[in-house]
Design a protein around this ligand. Structure first.
Ligand code: DNO
Length: 389
C-alpha cells in the first residue's frame, strides 16, 4: 500500500520535509480554509497540489470534502450544495486528485470523551467513556428522551457522577465532545464559538424528523448525483464509517458495519462508490469482525485507515496500540496488499508520546505517536510483501 499521512496544510506544525524523512509517500489533506458547502476553486487545488509536489510528495487523497448538513437531512438548499460538491469534484479531477474521503454522519463527526487518557507507560491516548458521554447527553444537553438510550445500571452511574463532577470537568467534557474533536474536521463548530451547547442543540434539532431510512435515501440521492462526474474524472468516493459505529444522541447512523456497508455499495452499485476502510472506527463496534469486513469489502475499498481499538467490559473503548486490539491490522495488511498493492493507506491516530504533548496537535494527530505507528506498519508491510512474493 502507499504510505500516506494526514497533513493539515501549510499551518500544520508537522512539515512536508519532516514527512519525507520518515518515509511518507503520499499526502492526505483538504482545503481546510474553505467553508463547508463552498466550491473548491481549481487554482487553490493546483496551488496546494504543486506545493506538495515540490516537496517530493503527492497529494494522494482528499480527506475530507465535507458533506453539508442540509444534504444529509435533506434541507431546501440540498440540491444547490450538491451542485457545488460536484463542481469541487470536477476541479479535483482536473487537477488529477481522484480519491475523495467523506462521511455521512449527522452533526457529529467522531466522538471521544477524553483526549489525553494517561497510560501506565507515560504516553496518553484518546478514550470514550460511556458514562461520561451519557452524562453529557442527559445532564448537559438534557436531550428529550435521552434516558431511554441507557440501561438502568448505566443511569445509576450517571446520577452518581452528577454528585461528584466539577464545573471544570463539565466544561472540559463540552469542549472535548463538541469543540476539540469537531473543530478541525467539521465546519459546524469552531474553536472560540460562544455557547457551543446551544449551537449543537440547534444542529440536533435539524434531524428531528430524519430517521435511518430518510438518511439512507438522502445518501443514495447524493451519491447518484455524483456518479457522472466521478465517471468522467475517475474519482473514487470513499465513505468513512461512523465513529463509533452505533446510534448516538438520537441521531441515525448508517455506516456502522456489514449490513450498512452492503446496503450503500448496492444502493449505488458503481465502482466509484467505494469505501474508506477505517479499521479503528469499525473495531469500536462490538458486532464488527474487522478482518471479515475487510475480506468482504476489499474490492470496493479505495482508501485504508489503520488504527485499532479495545472495547472494555463496561462499554468504554480505548485506542489500542496499532498492533494490538480488535483492528487486527496485521491481517488487514495481508488482505489489502493482496487486493491492491497501490491502495493509499494512512496510519490513523497515534498516542501522545515523547515531546508531542505541548505541540497543540489536533487530537489523535501527534507526530511521534503516528511516526511510531507508521514504522510498525511499515515493518508489517515489508513482512507481508515478502510472504506474497
Ligand atoms: C478523525 C477522523 C475523522 C474522519 C472523517 C472523514 O480522526 O477519523 O474525522 O477524517 O470522518 O470524513
Amino acid at each position: 500500500m502507499e504510505k500516506t499521512w494526514r497533513w493539515f496544510g501549510k499551518k500544520d506544525k508537522i512539515t512536508l520535509p519532516m514527512l519525507r524523512q520518515i518515509g511518507v509517500e503520499g499526502i492526505v489533506t483538504a482545503l481546510h480554509d474553505i467553508p463547508n458547502g463552498e466550491v473548491w476553486p481549481l487554482e487553490a487545488i493546483i496551488e496546494l497540489r504543486d506545493y506538495i509536489k515540490d516537496a517530493g510528495l503527492r497529494w494522494s487523497v482528499v480527506e475530507s470534502l465535507p458533506v453539508s448538513e442540509a444534504i444529509k437531512y435533506g434541507g431546501r438548499d440540498a440540491d444547490h450544495l450538491i451542485a457545488n460538491y460536484i463542481e469541487s469534484l470536477a476541479n479535483l479531477g482536473e487537477a488529477g486528485i481522484t480519491t475523495v474521503c467523506y462521511n455521512f454522519m449527522p452533526v457529529i463527526d467522531w466522538i471521544r470523551t477524553d483526549l489525553e487518557y494517561p497510560l501506565p507507560d507515560g504516553t496518553s491516548s484518546l478514550y470514550f467513556d460511556k458514562i461520561r458521554f451519557a452524562y453529557f447527553d442527559c445532564f448537559i444537553l438534557k436531550r428529550e428522551g435521552a434516558e431511554q438510550d441507557y440501561t438502568e445500571e448505566e443511569l445509576a452511574k450517571v446520577y452518581a457522577l452528577d454528585k461528584t463532577i466539577t464545573e471544570a470537568e463539565k466544561d472540559q467534557l463540552i469542549d472535548t465532545i463538541i469543540v476539540k474533536t469537531q473543530g478541525f474536521v467539521n465546519g459546524n463548530i469552531h474553536e472560540g464559538d460562544k455557547n457551543p451547547v446551544s449551537i449543537f442543540k440547534n444542529l440536533l434539532a435539524l434531524y428531528k424528523d430524519v430517521n435511518k431510512d430518510a438518511l439512507r435515501a438522502n445518501m443514495k440521492y447524493f451519491l447518484s448525483q455524483l456518479m457522472p462526474v466521478c465517471e468522467e474524472y475517475n474519482i473514487n468516493m470513499c465513505v468513512h464509517p461512523d465513529d463509533p459505529p452505533y446510534q448516538m444522541l438520537g441521531l441515525p447512523r448508517i455506516v456502522t458495519g456489514m449490513e450498512d456497508i452492503e446496503w450503500i455499495l448496492k444502493a449505488v452499485d458503481n465502482p466509484y462508490n467505494g469505501l474508506t476502510f477505517c479499521a479503528g472506527s469499525l473495531s469500536s463496534g462490538g458486532r464488527n469482525d474487522v478482518p471479515l469486513l475487510a475480506r468482504k469489502f476489499a474490492s470496493r475499498t479505495r482508501f485504508v485507515h489503520l488504527r485499532s481499538t479495545r472495547i472494555l467490559s463496561n462499554g468504554d473503548f480505548i485506542e489500542a496500540p496499532h498492533l494490538e486490539g480488535r483492528g487486527h491490522l496485521i491481517e488487514l495488511v495481508r488482505i489489502f496488499e493482496r487486493e491492491n498493492p497501490s491502495l493509499p493507506m494512512r496510519v490513523d491516530h497515534g498516542r501522545l508520546m515523547l515531546d508531542d504533548g505541548d505541540k497543540g496537535y489536533n487530537p489523535g494527530y501527534s507526530f511521534y505517536g503516528r511516526m511510531y505507528a507508521l514504522a510498525q506498519i511499515d515493518g508489517v508491510m515489508a513482512t507481508v510483501k515478502s510472504e506474497i512474493i
